[in-house]
Design a protein around this ligand. Structure first.
Ligand SMILES: O=C(O)CCC(=O)C(=O)O
Ligand SMILES: [Fe+2]
Length: 240
């Protein structure tokens, strides 16, 4: 799947431009901040964001992307729903509680593929600013090189995921739903001077008809905690 994402990013600028400068709710959205003419805030990152459930979407190019991603989305949805059964039980609820209450059969799922090119001055750039994810759970994979950091007790901690593993982030909706027992993790991505890094985040969120309610609480909660989403703030100068 990471290779398929790489093939998308390898398309010509013209081919990718079809998906650029889109509205935040458009089903397929490509953005670049390495090309500063397309993005106002300067981050060292290209991204491809696609809504894949309840309606599946895929760019036409590169060939094969749709088949691979449709399988990947289905499987990761199953993993997320399975994990949420365990989380329901850990909260003292019946195992299908979150699945039923959030109507995950029709749940929103979207993928965010991130490309962080090799950066000549990594100490001066930021890949993705500090943010927490919407949704219940995010399953992240990456190509071998660490770059993801989470905030823990006020400090940035490097996440060194195991090879071929999913890193599972808990999101805003889960924090609200669990009354704060599962915290929505604040994280960011730094860049490196050696190689291009690719990460792929699969976000599992409640269904549209339940998300509005959770969304209102999420907005209030975010306001109360002073959180911002990715892209809403300028990069802090990276610590040396
Ligand atoms: O590149 C990463 O590891 C972070 C990705 C991420 O946080 C996101 O896409 O929301
Ligand atoms: Fe994230």
């Amino acid at each position: 799947m990471l290779e398929a994402c790489q093939r998308f990013f390898d398309l010509t600028e013209e081919e990718k431009r079809e998906y650029a400068e889109k509205h935040v709710l458009d089903p397929i959205r490509f953005g670049t901040s390495v090309n500063a003419s397309l993005e106002k805030v300067f981050f060292w990152r290209d991204f491809l964001k696609i809504f894949v459930h309840p309606e599946f979407h895929s760019p036409v190019k590169p060939p094969g992307f749709g088949e691979i991603s449709s399988k990947y989305c289905k499987r990761t949805r199953e993993v997320a729903r399975e994990l949420l059964k365990g989380i329901s039980e850990s909260l003292g609820l019946e195992e299908h509680y979150i699945d039923n209450a959030m109507k995950l059969e029709k749940g929103i799922q979207f993928m965010v593929a991130n490309l962080y090119p090799q950066c000549p001055q990594p100490q001066l750039a930021m890949g993705m600013p500090p943010h927490s994810d919407h949704g219940l759970l995010t399953l992240v994979i990456e190509n071998a090189i660490g770059g993801l950091q989470i905030q823990h007790k006020g400090k940035w901690v490097q996440v060194n995921s195991l090879p071929n593993s999913f890193l599972v982030n808990t999101g805003d909706h889960l924090e609200i739903l669990s009354n704060g027992k599962y915290k929505s993790v604040v994280h960011r991505a730094i860049v490196n001077g050696k190689m291009t890094r690719i990460s792929l985040a699969m976000v599992q969120a409640p269904s549209f008809d339940t998300v509005r309610l959770v969304g209102i609480f999420s907005g209030l909660w975010r306001f109360a905690r002073g959180h911002r989403k990715a892209g809403e703030e300028r990069p802090e100068p990276a610590t040396p």
